[in-house]
Design a protein around this ligand. Structure first.
Ligand code: F6R
Length: 259
């Protein structure tokens, strides 16, 4: 796993944007996996600016989002579908974007179809991921099977509390979600994790330097052949091998840098 430590959240977000831009310039019909939450908002803003300035063309790109709340219609302001429209798809054109349907009647069938759609698109080239403070990726909470596929999951109390900031009342946070599984995520050809802030420092340390275990689902990315983690100083603060990561990054040949 490559660990890139940037001075602050803004620089971390800029670096992550550069990876996405390089991916889409190298392969204009890329299939991207996308995330919601606070972490990627700056990145989406930069992508929109690049497209609107004519510096980037995403019109052939297909996207698949990681997850959606169960019980929220796509036009509910706190649904992840609405989030994606607000931050990205109302502003730029892509070939097709997909997000699990929070109102699906036959959930197992819908989840199997979501997996089939990813496969039909050729699989995910680059999967963008945020990191839960409890180590979740997508909504694969601690204890999730490391081979899991897209399915219905129950959020735990930590995540409900963390996401309450987006709702008027904590009780409005849906408890059930549809999420790509850890196994689904691990099939992406490149996983790009962005994590910033002190509240992510323990999860980052566990993900990179802890044991690979279901207790911290993001640690499954240690098993991935091509994973890049971009963090700011705060999120990196509990990593033991910080100096090694910085050394490797500073000695990386220019041709390997995305920007
Ligand atoms: C969102 C998702 C979650 C978030 C994670 C971090 O689609 O899959 O795993 O990435 O909860 O959320 P923020 O960025 O709000 O800290």
């Amino acid at each position: 796993m490559e660990v890139i430590i940037k001075a602050n959240a803004e620089e971390a977000s800029r670096e992550a944007t550069a990876f996405l831009v390089r991916q889409c310039r190298n392969k204009p019909d890329s299939v991207l996996g996308l995330a919601t939450g606070s972490t990627p908002v700056g990145l989406y803003c930069q992508l929109v600016a690049l497209v609107q300035n004519g510096q980037l063309d995403l019109s052939q790109v297909t996207t698949f989002n990681l997850d959606e709340y169960c019980g929220l219609a796509a036009d509910h302001p706190q649904s992840y579908a609405a989030f994606m429209r607000r931050h990205l798809f109302d502003h730029i054109r892509v070939r097709a974007w997909h997000i699990p349907d929070g109102l699906a009647c036959d959930i197992p069938l819908h989840c199997a179809q979501y997996e089939a759609d990813i496969a039909k698109a050729g699989g995910i080239d680059l999967q963008l991921l945020g990191l839960g403070g409890n180590g979740h990726i997508g909504f694969n909470e601690p204890g999730s099977s490391l081979q899991s596929r897209t399915r219905l999951k129950m959020l735990n109390a930590h995540t409900v509390a963390a996401n309450a900031r987006f709702f008027d009342l904590p009780d409005e946070v849906p408890r059930r979600v549809l999420t790509m599984g850890v196994g689904t995520i691990l099939e992406a050809r490149h996983c790009l994790v962005l994590a910033t802030g002190l509240q992510k420092a323990d999860a980052v340390a566990g993900m990179v330097e802890g044991p690979l275990c279901a207790d911290l689902p993001a640690s499954a990315l240690q098993w991935h052949p091509h994973c890049t983690l971009i963090v700011d100083e705060e999120a990196a603060s509990r990593l033991k091998r910080q100096e090694e990561y910085r050394w490797a990054y500073n000695n990386k040949p220019a041709w390997q840098h995305p920007g």
